[in-house]
Structures are given as C-alpha cells and as structure tokens.
Design a protein around this ligand. Structure first.
Ligand SMILES: Cc1ncc(COP(=O)(O)O)c(C=O)c1O
Length: 368
C-alpha cells in the first residue's frame, strides 16, 4: 500500500521527543496559553519574516478572526475562488458577507487575476486569493488591483507554509495571511490548529483581542470576539515538527520533480510546474481528461495506491450557496478542473520504487 501521506511514519524518528514534551505539559497543567504558544508564534515570525503571528484553533478560525478584524460585515462582498476548500468562502458567508466567485487559471488552479476587475462592485471590500496546493496565486497582479481599488487582501495560505513568490514568503503579500496546521498540511498538528500573520500592528492588536472574546484585558471586552485559540498541546507538537519543515518541503519538491520528469511530454496530462516560484506541494495535483482519470483511479485502487480528488465540486455549485444564483457553466474552468484533477502520493518518505509504481500506473491509465 502506498498512502497519499503517512503521518505516523513521519513522526517516528522523534516519537520520544513528542512523548516527553506531552508528559511535561501534563505535569505543568498549562493547557491554554502555555509558553508553547509564544514559542510557536516566534517560530512562525522567524520562518515567514512577518512582523506578527497569532496561533489559532484552525485555518477556519484564522479566516473568521481576520475577516472580523478587518470589519467585514453583512452585505459586504469579498472576492475569492470557487476552487478551494469550503472554509475560504464559508467564513465570508458566516459573517453575512457575500462570497463573489471568480474563475481560475487552467495552469495553476488559482484565481485568475484577469477576471477580478469585472467582479468588483461598490460593495467589494476585499480579495481572498488561495495559494492552492502550496503554489502562490499571482500576487503581483492581485496586489495591483487591490491597491487601485482600496481592497484588503487576505492570503489563504492554509496549504502553503513556506511557499514563495518573487522571493517573498506567503504571508507577506497581503494585509494578513492565514495558515492551517491540520495534520495533513506540510506542518501538521495532532488535530486542528491554525495561525495568522500580519505586518500591521493595529490589525494584530485587534486580532489578539478578538482571539479571546474581544478582551484586551481579561474580562473587559472591547469587541465581540470568539474563542479562536490554539491549545498548548498543539503548539508543543508544532514546535517539535518545525525544525523538519524545510527538509520535508524539499523532499516533497523532489518527489514532484520526479513525477514531472516522468510525465513530461505526455499529451493530455498537465503537471504542476516546479520552476515558477517556490511551490511547496502540499498536494501534487495533475490534470487528465475525466475518462483517463477513471482508468487511473481503477488501477490505483487495485494496487492500493492512495490518491485524492481536490476538489470534486466547485463552491459556487454547492447547495448552501444556491442563494448566490450561480448556475452550472457560470465558472467553467473551475467546473472542468473538478472533473480532471488527481492528487498523487506526495509523502516525504515515499521510496523510489513506490514513486516509480505511481508514475507507471498513471501512464498505464493514460494508455501509454
Ligand atoms: C485552502 C484552505 N483554506 C482554509 C482551510 C481551513 O483550515 P482548517 O481545516 O485548519 O480549518 C483549509 C483546510 O484544509 C484549506 O485547504
């Protein structure tokens, strides 16, 4: 069996270190706001180069927290992509604001900046580009539009810790950026965890208060916030794993490089590019025609090779967003991408033989 990602195996070299740090935490009893949280935030600042970082309960909490801090309210419109995890748009809608979906680029699966202008109205307040699969959206173009129209940018870097564009780390190309440390992410906790970074001190202070029910001082509530905190236990785990992040990312990139070489020149198979920016490959996702995808999946199942479909349906066609009025055909590129995407195993510990079997199986499914 070749899993998409083998998390226990990833942890095995430092299992004892994890156990020791948890034992220590159990003895101190500081399960909330322990010193592990501040240590983790410092590591995020060092790693991303952002001025401020907040540890949160999840990527979703981070989106809610950031949107609330930016003052997003009922009736505001926020532009984003329909080809992402639900949470990006769900968080906008949970505040009574309107997610406005803009179609994607075929080559990257990311929001197409050329289509953003047409979606801007006098109600538009911001843009949430998603760095999908670990590859940055075209931030130069998006920054230009946001500056011209005075819109905020929240980078949804849930899948993209360590990704770069024009030498800048994800997290430094907007007003704020959010990360997810869900176990399957490049830096994954033992459960739900997330983070926000910003270079804006005013925004940081507001987010800090909002994270603890809007209190700047305990039991004195300046804002109506929420409980968006990360548990000390998750921070302890992430602090240990942080030192391996670069090594794991480089391994992911070399697995991706191998697949790209194997698939080069295959007609009707589109690979994600390594050269353009610094892709961290939270997922390695190819595009193949839908009928070929079924053949490959059949073979994968027979050979017990893990795979993923990210995503099977675009957000503008989800039943909960019926009220927004999108129809099939409204955003055709995202709709087609849902039929053609296929994520291959990208485990940093995958062996050369396993990679070879994955690549050969894809080619067999493509009839090559
Ligand atoms: C693009 C994107 N945004 C937001 C999230 C939400 O993160 P979480 O699951 O930590 O709440 C995810 C999680 O998979 C994601 O992939």
């Amino acid at each position: 069996m070749i899993p998409l990602l083998n998390i226990p195996k990833l942890h095995s070299p430092f299992q004892t270190e994890i156990e020791e740090s948890f034992r220590e935490l159990l003895l101190t009893g500081q399960f909330i706001n322990g010193p592990q949280i501040e240590e983790f935030e410092k590591k995020v600042i060092e790693f991303t180069g952002s001025k401020f970082a907040l540890a949160t309960g999840s990527g979703t909490d981070s989106l809610m927290l950031t949107l609330m801090a930016l003052g997003v309210k009922s009736g505001d419109e926020v532009i984003t992509t329909p080809y992402t995890f639900f949470s990006t748009a769900g968080s906008i809608a949970r505040l009574g604001a309107v997610p406005v979906f803009v179609d994607i680029e075929n080559s990257t699966f990311n929001i197409d900046p050329k289509l953003i202008d047409a979606a801007i109205t006098d109600k538009t307040v911001g843009i949430i580009p998603v760095h999908l699969f670990g590859n940055c959206a075209d931030m130069t173009s998006i920054q230009k539009i946001a500056a011209e129209k005075s819109l905020f940018i929240i980078e949804d870097a849930a899948q993209a810790i360590g990704a770069k564009q024009n030498g800048k780390f994800a997290g430094n190309m907007g007003d704020a950026a959010i990360f997810s440390f869900f176990p399957a992410k490049n830096l994954g906790a033992l459960g739900d965890a997330g983070g926000v970074v910003t270079n804006n001190s005013k925004l940081y202070k507001k987010m800090l208060a909002l994270r603890s029910h809007g209190a700047e001082k305990k039991y004195h509530h300046k804002y109506i916030g929420g409980n968006f905190r990360m548990d000390s236990l998750q921070a302890a785990m992430l602090n240990i794993k942080f030192k391996f992040l670069d090594e794991w990312t480089n391994k992911r990139r070399s697995v991706a490089g191998y697949y790209n070489t194997q698939f080069a020149g295959i007609k009707e198979l589109v690979t994600p590019e390594l050269e353009n920016d610094f892709h961290v490959y939270n997922q390695y996702v190819i595009r193949v025609p839908a009928n070929r995808r079924s053949s490959i999946i059949e073979l994968f199942k027979k050979r017990e090779i893990g795979f993923g479909i990210y995503y099977p349906a675009p957000l503008h066609l989800q039943p909960c967003f019926d009220y927004l009025g999108y129809k099939r055909g409204s955003l055709p590129k995202a709709e087609i991408a849902c039929l053609e995407n296929l994520a291959l195993p990208i485990d940093p510990n995958i062996s050369p033989d396993e990679m070879k079997l994955v690549a050969e199986t894809v080619k067999e499914g493509m009839n090559i």
